[in-house]
Design a protein around this ligand. Structure first.
Ligand SMILES: C[S@@+](CC[C@H](N)C(=O)[O-])C[C@H]1O[C@@H](n2cnc3c(N)ncnc32)[C@H](O)[C@@H]1O
Length: 241
């Protein structure tokens, strides 16, 4: 994670003042890559892609079980982790809920590395699916996990993605959003505010309050939205179809 921070995040943070003034990420200045293609900048070489995947997955070894236990997920036998990267969270999921199967959905370049280099692919309860979650058909499932995905995108793109998830979701199924939640008034916690600034310099998105997640999930069709703070870095929001 530190290597990723040094080679990518820090390069963007050098342009913090412009990011704040312009209200957008700084990939063009940092890497000469247009802001709409944020994952092209992060994945600008196979080495960088692998490093990002390794850096991101480590937190789930520490906090995966806590965040997945925030709600009882045992009623959901088939779980699809959208933007699931290396499959580390899916691995934590099948270990906590042995009766479930998990599909890890991500873009082809990430799925191919996940299968070659990460251990989730050795678990027969976990399968991988390549695709673009904004365009391609999503696998049918009982529960969709979106962990650190919505914070990458604008409200408009989140709405589009959530509508697609709602359509693919089995009746009675649900969605679990895993993010670091801002306080109701948006003025803390400090770590989450710093993450939000990190999202400004690196993505199109930001961290959000529970009310802001409700405002995205409700219009997409989801009901019964419940938010749980875990006391750790990441929190959980569960909603039902
Ligand atoms: C910030 S990472 C989070 C990864 C993982 N969920 C986690 O929490 O460790 C966002 C993930 O979304 C994936 N992603 C980005 N755009 C995507 C798209 N259009 N379709 C599918 N996956 C995408 C990225 O490859 C990456 O794995």
């Amino acid at each position: 994670m530190l290597l990723y921070a040094g080679r990518t995040a820090y390069v963007c943070w050098r342009h913090l003042a412009e990011a704040v003034r312009e209200g957008r990420n700084q990939y063009l200045k940092a890497f000469g890559i247009p802001s709409e293609e944020l994952f092209s900048a992060i994945y600008r070489s196979e080495d960088e892609r692998l490093q990002f995947m390794q850096g991101l997955q480590d937190v789930w070894r520490l906090e995966g079980a806590t965040v997945l236990a925030a709600f009882d997920l045992s009623p959901f036998p088939l779980i699809c982790d959208l933007g699931g990267g290396s499959g580390a969270l899916a691995k934590a999921c099948v270990s906590l809920y042995p009766g479930c199967r998990a599909i890890v959905f991500d873009i082809p370049g990430v799925v191919q590395i996940a299968k070659r280099r990460f251990s989730a692919s050795e678990d027969e309860r976990i399968s991988f699916h390549e695709g673009d979650f904004f365009k391609d058909a999503l696998p049918e499932a009982d529960l969709y996990i979106l962990a650190r995905v919505l914070h990458d995108w604008t409200d408009a793109k989140c709405c589009h993605l959530l509508q697609r998830v709602y359509r693919a979701c089995r009746t009675g199924g649900g969605i679990l959003v895993i993010e670091s939640l801002l306080d109701t008034d948006g003025r803390g916690p400090l770590t989450t505010l710093l993450y939000s600034l990190n999202m400004l310099v690196q993505t199109e998105g930001r961290e959000r309050t529970p009310a802001e997640y409700r405002a995205l999930l409700g219009p997409a069709g989801f009901r019964d939205v419940r938010c749980r703070r875990t006391g750790g870095t990441y929190d959980a929001v569960l909603a039902r179809k």
